[in-house]
Structures are given as structure tokens and as C-alpha cells.
Design a protein around this ligand. Structure first.
Ligand code: 0X9
Ligand code: ZN
Length: 428
């Protein structure tokens, strides 16, 4: 125990000299290594909990949900020796997922200019995505109505498009890139939008003609811009936190549904899953909640796109043991989607409630929509991969990932319709 205490203090002291720079230049991740660490007993659980709340020098890529689960932790080179000793002394089984995060980021940046027009062979920043949105609005003025849900903390418009071919359709809302570093999500949703607008496939034509789509391609706009310009690993919003040097909250912990319950979020402003000082403290979360409230009776399904891990997650997030009353239906929908996703390339997705399949996450958007806005089909997609590249998924995965997503959404909508979830919710 003494030794454990010593190692933890050493980690804290060392972390003060951690890697993150503050200034104009981009944060670099040279020789930052991502480890997969198995948690097999109470002692190991305590240690990983400590590590995950020590902000500097460690960054949790994939949190854990207790004994028997694993965590993916990015460790800075300065912390590596201490980390290795801690792992060894406490009998952890660990493996390296990414040897050098910076080399993945460099490869990704070198592919940036490959995509002169807006295609799906490289990732794009916010300006280019918004310019593309403007183009499709102009070319499809009969189908698309643009909307803005409000402004981000830094004053950017949070834009969306409604795609509607006729009056009276049921509605599906898609919110993408709430977590800034999950670039595959906006790349995938733009591909999906393009398919919706242009595909001649019967299944996709059916989606175009018989569903109203409300899509926000980049929800956490400030964080997304920051992840392009300053820190590729940024997750949260960009609003300063009173009394802390750490910035931003996890917008997907900031909704007023079981906020901060059951350890599904953290009160430490430096943590990646900081819930914010109070529910809806983040203007982005408040704006989305207000917008959906206005059109609640038009929305039958709510989808949130994330990465990574290859999961399909439905409510509840706030509990691992409590399940919604329509859980059987949700599982049937999840199975259809996972089966369909597997078809093109054999990629396996695990489906089930967030709390039971992944970890407890409270105050999420999907749960708020489900609990507070009567949207009874809600799914989080956690796209590719399982940790080989994690958030820095090479751009060559964009099209295959997006094709899988298209199949998944087609099947999800079909099954939801079969089970009666696409009926008109409007009373008048
Ligand atoms: O922790 C999260 O917010 C999501 N995972 S991620 O690695 N992309 O950060 C999962 C949230 C899923 N749960 C619900 N929306 N209920
Ligand atoms: Zn996410």
C-alpha cells in the first residue's frame, strides 16, 4: 500500500511536467503510447481510477466499467517508466494498441490535401464541411431546409439540415461529432447525406421519400475546430470552467437526465467526462435540447454518432442494471442493425444498453431525448475501430465505415417501422 501511495504521488508530481503545451502551436503526441489494460481486481480498479483522473500525462481513450473490463489509456513519454512500474508492481496485463500517436496524426495530416473536391478520401475541417453543406442546399433546394440550433460558446453557428420530400413523414434526428476528436463521425454523416440525396437504391430512396431527416453534421463546433487547429485529441466543449485551468465539459454528460448519477460522469473539470458545473451549463447542450423540444412531436428516432469501439448503444446509460420498458424492441432493432453492418465487410458491432454493454454514462443526449422528450428509439453508434487506430482512424476507412453505417441505418429504420415506432406522433 505504501509503495502504491509512493507511485501514485510520483505520478502526480511528474504529471505537473506533463506534455501539454498551452500556446499557439499544435499539441504534439510524439511517443505517446496507447495501452490496453485489463482490470482484474479491486486494487487494479482503484489504480486505473486514479490514473484516469490525473489529467496530465494520461488521457483515457476508452473508459472502463469495473472489474473484468479494459481501459485504453494514452500515456505520455514522461510518464511511461512510472506507468510501466505501476503496471508491473500491480500485476496488470497490458498490451500496446498505438505505439506512437503522433505518427498516426502525421499520416492523417499528409492525406489532407488528397481530397481537392469534397470527397470521402480525407477528413475535412468545419469550413469545408459548411461550404459543402451550402453547396448541397443550393443544389437541392426542393429537398433541403437549413437550420441553426444556436451558437456555440465561441460564437459559431451550430448548423443542421432538414431533408424532407413530403409533408407528414416521421422524423429521424442525427447528431454528430459531439466529441471533437471523433472525426470519422462527421465524415460518415456527410457520406450518408450524399447517399440520401443521390442514391438510386430502392432502400435509400425509401429513406429519402418517407422520412424527414434532421441532421447536425458537426455538433461540438468549437471542439471540432480546436481538434483541427490545436489538439487532435480534444473531446470536450471549449467553455472555460470557473475556478479551474481546465477547459470545457463533456457535452454528452451535460444533459439534464440522471445528471452526474451512478458515477456516469465526473465533477473534476480536468476529466474527459466532466459533466459541467450544472446540467445544461454548456450552450451547445442547451441549444440542442431547446431545438428538439420545439419539434419533439416530429421526431421518432434519435441517433448520435461517435467513435470508437464498434458498438450500438441504446438507453439507459445511467444504469447498468435498469432497462427501458421497450428494451426487447430496442434489442431487436439493435440486432437488425448489427447484422446489416456486418454484411459489407464482416465488421462486428456489439449491441445493447450503454450501461450494461459499455459503461455507465449519465446525462447523455440520447438518454435525455428518450426520458424527457418521449423519443423511444435512441441509438449511439460507436464506429470503427476497436483500438488499433482509435480516434485517428486512417481516412481509407471513411468509405467502408460509412457504407456500414448506411446499411446499419437502413436496417434500424426498417425494424423500427416493423415494430410501430414510425407512426405519426402528432395529435392534430
Ligand atoms: O462516453 C460516451 O459519451 C460515448 N462513448 S465515447 O467513447 N465516444 O465517448 C458513449 C455514450 C453512449 N451512451 C448514451 N448516449 N447513452
Ligand atoms: Zn464520443
Amino acid at each position: 500500500m505504501k509503495l502504491f501511495g509512493f507511485v501514485i504521488s510520483a505520478l502526480v508530481v511528474l504529471s505537473v511536467f506533463g506534455n501539454n503545451c498551452c500556446c499557439a502551436e499544435k499539441v504534439r503526441y510524439d511517443n505517446h503510447t496507447v495501452y490496453k489494460v485489463l482490470i482484474e481486481n479491486e486494487n487494479q480498479l482503484t489504480i486505473v481510477k486514479h490514473l484516469s483522473t490525473l489529467a496530465k500525462g494520461y488521457n483515457l481513450w476508452k473508459p472502463f466499467h469495473g472489474i473484468g473490463s479494459d481501459a485504453h489509456i494514452m500515456v505520455s513519454p514522461k510518464m511511461k517508466n512510472a506507468f510501466d512500474s505501476l503496471m508491473e508492481l500491480n500485476g496488470f496485463e497490458k498490451e500496446i494498441l498505438v505505439e506512437n500517436v503522433q505518427s498516426l496524426i502525421d499520416e492523417e495530416s499528409s492525406s489532407f490535401e488528397r481530397d481537392a473536391t469534397f470527397g470521402w478520401t480525407s477528413y475535412h475541417g468545419l469550413d469545408k464541411i459548411y461550404a459543402w453543406i451550402d453547396e448541397i442546399i443550393e443544389e437541392n433546394s426542393d429537398l433541403i431546409t437549413p437550420f441553426t440550433i444556436g451558437k456555440s460558446y465561441e460564437g459559431r453557428d451550430i448548423r443542421g439540415i432538414k431533408i424532407s420530400a413530403k409533408e407528414g413523414n416521421p422524423g429521424i434526428f442525427i447528431e454528430t461529432n459531439v466529441h471533437a476528436r471523433e472525426w470519422i463521425t462527421s465524415a460518415t454523416v456527410t457520406y450518408f447525406i450524399n447517399e440520401l440525396l443521390n442514391s438510386d437504391r430502392a432502400e435509400i430512396k425509401n429513406l429519402r421519400e418517407n422520412i424527414d431527416w434532421y441532421i447536425i453534421p458537426v455538433y461540438n463546433v468549437d471542439g471540432f475546430v480546436y481538434s483541427h487547429e490545436k489538439d487532435r485529441m480534444w473531446r470536450k466543449t471549449r467553455q472555460p470552467v470557473k475556478g479551474s485551468d481546465c477547459i470545457g465539459a463533456d457535452a454528452n454528460r451535460n444533459f439534464d437526465s440522471h445528471w452526474m448519477e451512478n458515477g456516469g460522469a465526473l465533477s473534476d473539470p480536468c476529466a474527459e467526462t466532466f459533466a459541467g458545473p450544472k446540467p445544461f451549463s454548456e450552450p451547445e447542450a442547451q441549444a440542442l435540447a431547446d431545438f428538439v423540444t420545439k419539434i419533439e412531436d416530429k421526431i421518432n428516432i434519435y441517433l448520435s454518432f461517435h467513435s470508437y469501439g464498434q458498438y450500438l448503444l441504446c438507453p439507459y446509460g445511467h444504469s447498468a442494471t435498469d432497462f427501458p420498458s421497450n428494451y426487447e424492441d430496442l434489442l431487436a432493432i439493435g440486432k437488425s442493425a448489427a447484422d446489416a453492418i456486418k454484411k459489407p465487410y464482416g465488421t462486428q458491432f456489439t449491441y445493447g444498453s450503454t450501461g450494461s454493454v459499455l459503461y455507465v454514462a449519465s446525462g447523455t443526449s440520447v438518454d435525455w431525448m428518450f426520458n424527457e422528450r418521449n423519443i423511444k428509439v435512441g441509438w449511439t453508434f460507436e464506429f470503427r475501430d476497436k483500438g488499433r487506430y482509435g480516434f485517428v482512424l486512417p481516412a481509407t476507412h471513411i468509405k467502408p465505415n460509412a457504407k456500414e453505417a448506411v446499411e446499419g441505418v437502413i436496417a434500424l429504420v426498417q425494424k423500427s417501422s416493423d415494430l410501430g415506432y414510425l407512426k405519426n406522433k402528432r395529435v392534430n
